[in-house]
Design a protein around this ligand. Structure first.
Ligand code: QAP
Ligand code: CO
Length: 175
C-alpha cells in the first residue's frame, strides 16, 4: 500500500476511527505499510488516521536507552482501550502530523491497555513512561484529538501563528 502522512490542519485528522472487525489481509497490508513509513519519517508512533485510514489501528516503536529503534520492539494495537490510569508525567511531545513543533503535554504516567493483535487475539499491556505517553497520544488520534488541542489558549494561539508562518515558508520554497 502506498501511504502518505496527513498533516495539520487537514480535517481528516478530526475523523473518529472505526472499530476493526475483520483481521484479514487488508489489515495486515495496512500494518505492514505503516511501519516502514513511520521509520522513514523518524516516528515512534503512528495511527492509521494519520495515513487517512479511519480505523482503530496504531503502531509504536519506542527507542531503547541507546536511542535505537528495533523491529523487535514494534507494538501493533487494534481497538485499544485504556482500562486504568494513574499518576502524571510531562513530556515534550511531537507528532508526524504536526511537523517541527514540540510542546510539553501532561499525560498519565501509568496505564493499562487492552487491545487486539493483528490476528484478533486479545492482549493486555501495562505501560509507563514514554510508552504510556505514546499510547495515550496515539489513542487520542483515534478520537480525532491532536496533542496541540491540549495546549492552553495562549500556547495554542502561539502555535497557530508559528505553524502558519512555517506553512507559508514551505509554500514559497515550492514555487
Ligand atoms: C507520538 O510522535 C509521541 O515534528 C509519536 O518533524 C510523541 O513519532 C509519542 C516526528 C511524544 C511519545 C512522545 C515529529 C518526526 C515524530 C516531528 C512521533 C518531525 C519528525 C513524532
Ligand atoms: Co501524533
Amino acid at each position: 500500500m502506498n501511504l502518505n502522512i496527513v498533516t495539520y490542519p487537514n480535517k481528516i485528522l478530526r475523523k473518529k476511527s472505526k472499530i476493526i472487525e475483520k483481521f484479514d489481509n487488508e489489515l495486515h497490508q495496512l500494518l505492514d505499510s505503516m511501519y516502514p513509513l513511520m521509520i522513514d519519517t523518524n516516528g515512534i508512533g503512528l495511527a492509521a488516521i494519520q495515513v487517512a485510514i479511519a480505523k482503530r489501528v496504531l503502531i509504536l516503536n519506542i527507542p531503547d536507552e541507546e536511542d535505537e529503534q528495533y523491529d523487535d520492539n514494534l507494538i501493533e494495537m487494534i481497538n485499544p482501550i485504556i482500562t486504568s490510569k494513574k499518576g502524571q508525567i510531562t513530556y515534550q511531545e511531537g507528532c508526524l502530523s504536526v511537523p517541527a513543533f514540540y510542546e510539553d503535554i501532561d499525560r498519565y504516567e501509568f496505564i493499562s491497555v487492552n487491545f487486539q493483535d493483528r490476528d484478533g487475539s486479545t492482549k493486555r499491556l501495562e505501560a509507563n513512561g514514554l510508552l504510556a505517553i505514546a499510547i495515550q497520544h496515539e489513542i487520542d488520534h483515534l478520537e480525532g484529538i491532536l496533542f496541540i488541542d491540549k495546549l492552553s489558549y495562549s500556547r495554542r494561539k502561539k502555535f497557530e501563528k508559528e505553524y502558519k508562518k512555517m506553512l507559508k515558508e514551505k509554500k514559497s520554497l515550492k514555487k
